[in-house]
Design a protein around this ligand. Structure first.
Ligand code: TYM
Length: 347
């Protein structure tokens, strides 16, 4: 069976996840959450599609998390999803550890995936650093759990930022090896959906580095909890160059900081980067930055205000997650049951 045929036999379904390790930032919003909302509301090429979005707490603990902070960050991430427009009625919104089938399928995948595959993952190399002997076993096996998150729902489409591409290729490798080893066409070949103007939002201090919660400089990123003044100040102070903006994207080739701000402007407005550069051609940063700051404040500060409001009601957040877990298990349970049958487990 060809790959196209393999995935076309599955009902289209979207899954994606974010780690509740604190510090939700503009990269997560533009690269992931905003696109989750688009898929929820607009479907896939105009056809409605079921959407499942997840706080991956089991992934978060592959590096040390303070328990009280993890609880707080999981609720805050849930508030961030909802404040950004993920509707818990339209989408299934879950916390990973509340749906035990993720971890159960991950164990099966630990026996399918090969050590060499894991060793090649750039996230493993980055996060484990030089002292791999001291990294957790969970950090090494991280991509197998991620494959399980996706495949426990037979998800066909996964919207993510560019940094997750390698993990999604591994998900396909795991699905293909399982199908091949057991002689079945059970798991789909999931498609990554890496689209839009801001699939890789860069640091405000260094346009060659990804915007990230682990950057020691708070000025390098916009946090989704920043207030309007802080957002505007960070944009005004973002590193740029002295040249005016060109009229084509080619003119930004060796100007990573300028390119980053154009991509952010485009993504916030829901237009392409090509359309954005035409709109602002010839402007100096002295004109463009205040315009970008106004746009960012208009789009982001209602989200941070709504997050703060939702965080006043942790019981409601917990109820949403319990309900989400129930709905998710209706899909996940039969798939896990079939996996156990295929593998030969007596039930
Ligand atoms: P995480 O928690 O690091 O990031 C969540 C999402 O945000 C995107 N992202 C960015 N996009 C653009 N620019 C940036 N600077 C930027 N930084 C982060 C990420 O690409 C991601 O889409 N392994 C995943 C979580 C995960 C998952 C899954 C994702 C677990 N299971 C199953 C999809 C499907 C992660 O660590 O994302």
């Amino acid at each position: 069976m060809t790959e196209a045929a393999a995935s076309s036999t599955f009902t289209p379904r979207v899954f994606s996840g974010i780690q509740p390790s604190g510090g939700l930032h503009l990269g997560n919003y533009l690269g992931a959450i905003k696109r989750f909302v688009d898929m929820q509301d607009r479907g896939l090429n105009g056809t409605p599609i079921e959407t499942i979005y997840c706080m991956v707490d089991l992934h978060a603990i592959t590096v040390w998390q303070d328990p009280a902070a993890l609880r707080q960050n999981t609720r805050e991430l849930c508030a961030g999803f909802i404040a950004s427009g993920v509707d818990p009625e339209k989408s299934v919104l879950i916390n990973q550890s509340q749906v035990p089938e993720h971890a159960q399928l991950a164990w099966i995948f630990n026996t399918v995936a090969r050590m060499g595959w894991m060793q090649r993952m750039t996230q493993w190399k980055d996060k484990a650093g030089k002292n791999t002997q001291n990294a957790s076993l969970g950090l090494f096996a991280y991509p197998a759990l991620m494959a399980a998150d996706i495949l426990i729902y037979h998800a066909t489409h996964v919207p993510v930022g560019e940094d997750q591409k390698q993990h999604l290729e591994l998900t396909r490798d795991i699905a293909a090896k399982f199908n091949h080893d057991y002689g079945v066409e059970f798991f789909p070949m999931t498609e990554p959906v890496i689209e839009g103007a801001a699939t890789r939002v860069m640091s405000f201090r260094d346009g060659t580095k990804k915007m990230s919660k682990s950057d020691p400089s708070d000025a390098s990123r916009i946090n989704m909890t920043d207030d309007a003044d802080t957002i505007a100040k960070k944009i005004r102070k973002a590193k740029t160059d002295p040249e005016p903006l060109p009229d084509t994207l080619e003119g930004l080739t060796d100007r990573p900081e300028a390119r980053n701000l154009i991509n952010i402007y485009a993504a916030l407005q829901d237009i392409t980067s090509e359309a954005a550069i035409v709109e602002v051609a010839g402007q100096q940063f002295g004109t463009f930055k205040p315009m970008l700051a106004d746009l960012a404040v208009a789009k982001l500060s209602p989200i941070s205000a709504e997050m703060a409001r939702l965080m006043q009601h942790p019981d409601e957040i917990d109820a949403i997650l319990s309900r989400g877990a129930e709905r998710a298990r209706v899909i996940a349970e039969p798939i896990l049951r079939d996996v156990y049958k295929i593998v030969g487990m007596v039930r």
